[in-house]
Design a protein around this ligand. Sequence first.
Ligand code: ZN
Length: 521
Amino acid sequence: MRICGILNKHTKQKERRNHMRSETQQALHKIRETLTEAARYDHAGSLLTFDMETICPPKAMEEQGDLVSFIENKAFSLRHTPEFEDQVRTLYQNREDLEDTDRILAESLFREMERTKNISPEQALEFSKVYNKAYVDWIQAKNKADFSLYVPSLKAVREADLKKQSLLEHPSPVAYDDLLDVYERGMTSGQLDVIFDACRERLVPLLKRILSSEKKIRTDFTCRRTDEKAQETAARYLLRTMGYDFERGLLTTTEHPFTDTPGRDDVRVTTHYFPENFMSSMYSVIHEGGHALFDQNQPRAHWDHFITGEKTMGQHESVSRFYENRIGRSEAFISLVFPELKKIMPEALGDVSSRELYEAVNQVHPTLIRTEADEFTYTFHIMIRYEIEKMIVGSQAKIEDLPWIWNDKYEEYLGVRPANDREGVLQDVHWTSGFGYFPTYALGNFYNAMYFNQMAKEIDIDAAVEAGRFDLINGWMRDHVFNIADRMAPSEWIRAISGRSLTPDDFLDYLESKYTALYEL
Ligand SMILES: [Zn+2]
């Protein structure tokens, strides 16, 4: 009897487990159906948006904008029904029964749901109105170089951030960390403080030495007129050299360069040609080409399991900056591409040597504008923004005081002072949709310096680049960097690649050795 009883109990447990499994499988099946449909709307929406950024006739913009909103709303509604949320809950509760990729999906959907579950549709609409108004006011204030026009809406943005935080189910004790977490999952301001302290300590004295160096870098040719056709030929050549697949993408022009990935076999890159600055398009193409290589080399399984969106901003930026700076600004890369670039752009490079081009693309020149910064001073721009963001979030600075705080920091760190708000505090769009984004730009450099050093243990990187063997570089990146990016938080990801926790040391060592040699210090 007792044995029977035990058997009976086991059978019941087994039945319950089987029932749970089939419930989980059913939820997974339904979720996949919904996500497939939503992904189709997303795909269509992003093609229409791309069309608006490139060839849409001006008078058709409004009509097409409505169409984009309609389609985006379709995708949003599909993912925000009570049934879908129930299915996500079921999947999450039983995530240990799932295979790896499905478990990652369950965790991601649940995380997103928790983040937004106390935000009503009306409240979400309120937030988007605040951000839209901030964007419009920012443009106006920037055009007039008058920060005061932007103050009321920037205060509203800060209020919206506070409101969002009050609606979080489990807010962090450090307010800035909740903002950061949206862009770089798991990163904290405690870690960033240590990292930026190290940057400040090593980069400030090094910049002083660079600026007082006697080394002359030739730059007269960098502003020579180069026609658009030649620049386009160069851009296509650079992308092909890097291993970008033109049969699964395209190159065209937009006001601001970007990469867009509407679908798994459609990764598009844009650039902007400035007739008197061929280097601008050259490096924006290599940067965007880096983003594109990351997306073109996603494992198919990640697409099939809807987890390609798991990468953080810092991870993506680490790859684009790896190609732009670690590869693209290396002497090996310049030696590889110089002969062809000289043929394509003889009026710019006719009397220039490969070494001179290498030195010019690495010239250190403090500027006021982040997007024009060289590789060395870039970190200063991010450090300044991080310090200011922390002051705002910690209520140590008033929004109306930002222009002089900004200008003082630029003078202190880079020795340049904005003449007006347009070239100072108003230059970036990011704050129109909240605070906490900027650090991801610097994190990218710290990550890629760590995996560059790891790659260097297995591959002679300079020799591979100089020989044009991007199959070796990209193959290593695919196996070690790309394939696991969606599968873990950035802190685990960098540890899995390099065997170490995130540190700025590799990046700082690299800057020190490269620029000490270049400036003969
Ligand atoms: Zn980028």
